[in-house]
Design a protein around this ligand. Structure first.
Ligand code: VGL
Ligand code: ZN
Length: 204
């Protein structure tokens, strides 16, 4: 059993959004086409309370993309994004949700960030996604969405740790930073994750 995970396809990560991923919108038509090749599809949503500690605005004197220590993690400070209940936090209306069985939210703890859709960055809380997938008999996880060098990448690393065969559909994701994505890709492949193109699935 395989699952397709649609990661954080939210207005704030799309062109015009608070933390826009370059060309982030270009992957949506492909992701919509991919869905019917999977018996299960789930989506994720970055879902921060206002004044979240991952926001630069919560740290007087700090600028966006500065870093600070949060717990054991060196935290990148982001623009305010994906605040609960705002338009920027909504999943794109271009994204087909008809086959999405469940939406897993993350980043809700006011003081801990969460890139992975499985665990927060401090490994204190899980989203329940791993148990959900295991309960459904999922063995293979395919990941698409935003951003390739953060939520997609960290989710792939956690999926591997959780014992899933893990695939990132490379043309189904876009990074914030291309170089950061190459480093993330190397890390994922070293742990046994695979990178594939959507064409290999669409031609099945
Ligand atoms: C993300 C930075 C901050 C992501 C979320 O979804 O990749 N990146 N919060
Ligand atoms: Zn976030």
């Amino acid at each position: 059993m395989k699952v397709l995970i649609l990661t954080d396809i939210q207005y704030d990560f799309l062109p015009g959004g608070a933390l826009a991923v370059p060309e982030g919108d270009s992957i949506i038509p492909k992701i919509n086409k991919l869905q019917k090749y999977f018996p299960m599809v789930v989506a994720t949503q970055d879902w921060h309370p206002a004044h979240h500690l991952s926001f630069a605005s919560a740290h007087p004197g700090k600028k966006v993309f500065d870093t600070t220590q949060l717990g054991d993690t060196e935290q990148i400070l982001w623009p305010d994004h994906c605040v609960q209940g705002t338009k920027g936090a909504e999943l794109s209306q271009e994204l087909s949700l008809n086959r999405v069985a469940a939406i897993f939210r993350k980043g809700m703890h006011p003081e801990i960030d969460s890139y992975s859709t499985f665990h927060d960055n401090e490994y204190k809380n899980s989203t329940g996604l791993s148990d959900f997938l295991k309960g459904k008999g999922v063995k293979e996880v395919y990941i698409v969405g935003l951003a390739g060098d953060f939520c997609v990448g960290f989710s792939a690393l956690d999926a591997i740790k959780e014992g899933f065969s893990t695939f990132v559909i490379e043309d189904g994701t876009k990074p914030i930073d291309k170089e950061g994505f190459e480093q993330m890709k190397a890390k994922i492949m070293k742990q046994g994750g695979k990178f594939i193109q959507s064409s290999s699935i669409l031609s099945e």
